[in-house]
Design a protein around this ligand. Structure first.
Ligand SMILES: NC(=O)c1ccc[n+]([C@@H]2O[C@H](COP(=O)([O-])OP(=O)(O)OC[C@H]3O[C@@H](n4cnc5c(N)ncnc54)[C@H](OP(=O)(O)O)[C@@H]3O)[C@@H](O)[C@H]2O)c1
Length: 228
């Protein structure tokens, strides 16, 4: 049976692969977007008109409560929530890192997930059905130099995952995270042209794990953080 799947960051590099995985499975997918060009690129890539069948694209800043609520409303009843919205800042020692980077990383990596979970969970718990997959990062575990703001925000995503799973354990909702290393994206290729792209993880490989986590086959997987 087709499910309603809300994918934040669905117009981004990893997000698009996640959207494709759920569309291929016959689900109805809702993607909140901010940048119009990204929305158009997603629609073009999927060869679907903007308002077509199983894909809905909605202008919404999901770091804000009203944007998150609008996204959830467009996808109700939400069976699967993938918190893929995010972004990156880093490369400078902490003493040279603008404090604004901490605010921005917190906002786009953690607050987006927190706001969407707040908006989606009441419906999920009342229906005793739902699955949330958060996208963290290996940096949250390795905590390498020069990435404190990014790593801290992604560590927050892991904390959110574990805490929420404990809160909803009795209500039939599962909360898990994927923990990618460097993903093979156009932005990473442009930023690191001399890197070995073959050592990076393809978006489709991560999308497959996200898709599996949202499946009945993963019904017993709760509160996990799966390295990909
Ligand atoms: N790339 C990597 O190597 C890597 C490694 C580990 C983990 N990750 C994580 O994987 C996820 C996807 O990464 P990616 O490289 O595919 O990133 P990406 O291409 O930049 O996509 C991120 C998407 O999130 C959206 N977004 C950000 N803030 C939002 C908000 N407040 N409301 C709605 N949408 C918002 C962005 O939309 P706009 O552009 O319109 O703002 C963008 O479409 C992120 O969480 C990232 O931190 C990435």
């Amino acid at each position: 049976m087709a499910r309603n799947v809300l994918v934040s960051g669905g117009a981004g590099a990893l997000g698009r692969a996640v959207v494709e995985a759920f569309l291929e499975g016959g689900d109805h997918v809702v993607v909140p977007w901010i940048v119009e060009a990204e929305r158009d690129a997603l629609a073009d890539a999927l060869c679907r008109p903007l308002e077509a069948g199983s894909l809905t694209l909605l202008a919404a800043d999901v770091a804000e409560a009203d944007g998150a609520a609008a996204a959830v409303e467009a996808a109700e009843p939400v069976t699967v929530l993938v918190n893929g919205a995010g972004g990156f800042a880093g490369g400078m020692p902490h003493t040279e890192t603008p404090l604004e980077d901490f605010d921005r990383m917190y906002r786009i990596n953690l607050r987006t997930a927190a706001a969407l979970c707040q908006a989606a969970l009441p419906g999920m718990t009342s229906r005793a059905a739902g699955c949330i997959v958060n996208v963290a990062s290996r940096a949250a575990i390795d905590r390498p130099p020069t990435l404190a703001a990014y790593s801290a925000s992604k560590a927050g995503v892991l904390v959110l995952t574990e805490t929420l799973q404990k809160e909803v354990a009795e209500h039939g909702v599962r909360v898990n995270a994927v923990v990618p290393t460097t993903i093979d994206t156009p932005a990473n290729r442009a930023a690191m042209p001399d890197a070995d792209f073959g050592a990076w993880t393809p978006t489709a490989a991560i999308a497959a794990v996200v898709h599996w986590l949202a499946s009945d086959a993963a019904a017993s997987v709760r509160g996990s953080a799966i390295p990909v």
